[in-house]
Design a protein around this ligand. Structure first.
Ligand code: BGC
Length: 349
């Protein structure tokens, strides 16, 4: 408790600028700035290093995008002097809940949580609220209602609808607008992530909506759950190509991992991206950027792990400095960016 008080006081001094950036006018702060580098705790003035303890819960380590994300997060937190523990939930909500309870028992100063199941968010909020531990949710957005009861929790991520819209636009920007065979409709297969996750739901919906909003007729040949997994993406696409053959004009994949798998299936089936089929993903994983550059993927959408990690830490520091979030204003978004062969060079590291 004492430790948390020290941390809040110190951070209050350095967070004034970042508060404005994180959540704009939605956040309020109650901690006045303190003199830099020193903290007054119960009458004792002491020089204490900035930093504190942070528990980071990742839904599972075996996920390409979340690996990039957690590496960025860990680096930023460590560089800022925090003591960080990152744990693997193994895609098991019961296990993650146990990990959260352990962090709470250890008295961490703040938590950053990538929930296994967004449906568990309300019980997670109850736990962190009871322990009064500032919490930043990442990557899997809880509902506004779930977060409303605790004003020291916030979600940092992206607006999943935007990534879906961008995927649809990538198809609309091709020469044939997705109607390669000229039969007046865009025939597609959808490879979906874990449908419990809002990213999967909204990308599925909005990618197609962008086409229909633009006046295109669409035909869904198949929609299959691939759980964000590359091998499943390959298997699903191989099956669909075997079943529907040349009818498949567009492969929508909710993420790049599954798209990279699908890309292999496309090659094996002897199809040529850009000529007789299009394929789009989301994330801008390194391998997907290479594929876009080589013309093996039509495009992808940058899911900016670095910016999200920076924003998540900024919001965590804001919370530690006394920021609170009003009901309905607890989601902070970072923009997605469309990536095609035209601009891919800007994203390749
Ligand atoms: C990413 C996926 C990732 C998932 C994990 C999504 O935003 O696009 O690649 O598997 O998050 O929750």
């Amino acid at each position: 408790m004492k430790k948390r008080k020290v941390l809040a006081t110190i951070l209050g001094s350095c967070m004034v600028l970042s508060l404005a950036a994180c959540g704009g006018g939605t956040a309020t702060t109650s901690t006045p700035p303190a003199p830099t580098g020193s903290a007054v705790v119960e009458g004792i003035e002491s020089q204490v290093p900035a930093g504190g303890t942070v528990g980071v819960c990742i839904y599972k380590f075996d996920d390409n995008f979340m690996t990039t994300y957690r590496t960025a997060l860990e680096t930023i937190l460590k560089d800022k002097g925090y003591e960080v523990t990152v744990v693997d939930g193994n895609n098991d909500q019961a296990k993650q809940t146990e990990q959260i309870n352990t962090f709470i028992a250890q008295g961490v100063d703040a938590l950053i949580i990538n929930p296994v199941m967004t449906s568990a968010a309300s019980s997670i909020v109850n736990l962190v609220q009871t322990a009064d531990i500032p919490t930043v949710f990442i990557n899997r957005e809880p509902t506004a209602e779930d977060m409303a009861s605790y004003n020291k929790c916030v979600y940092v991520g992206c607006d999943a609808a935007q990534s879906g819209t961008f995927q649809g636009e990538l198809i609309l920007e091709t020469e044939t607008k997705g109607d390669i065979n000229g039969d007046g409709k865009v025939s597609y297969i959808m490879i979906q992530g874990d449908p419990e996750n809002i990213d999967a739901k909204l990308r599925t919906e909005y990618s197609v909506k962008a086409l229909t909003d633009a006046g295109m007729e669409v035909e869904q040949l198949n929609l299959t759950r691939g759980d964000w997994d590359q091998n499943k993406g390959q298997e699903i696409c191989a099956n669909d190509l075997a079943q529907f053959g040349d009818k498949v004009e567009v492969v929508f994949s909710n993420n790049d991992s599954m798209a990279l798998g699908a890309m292999e299936a496309i090659k094996t089936a002897g199809r040529t991206v850009g000529k007789d089929i299009y394929i789009v993903g989301v994330d801008a994983l390194d391998a997907a950027l290479d594929a876009v550059k080589a013309g093996e993927m039509t495009g992808t959408v940058l899911n900016d792990a670095q910016s999200q990690a920076e924003k998540a830490v900024e919001c965590m520091e804001g919370l530690l400095g006394g920021t609170t979030y009003a009901e309905g204003e607890q989601s902070i978004y970072v923009d997605y960016v469309k990536v095609t062969s035209d601009n891919v060079a800007e994203f390749i590291k």
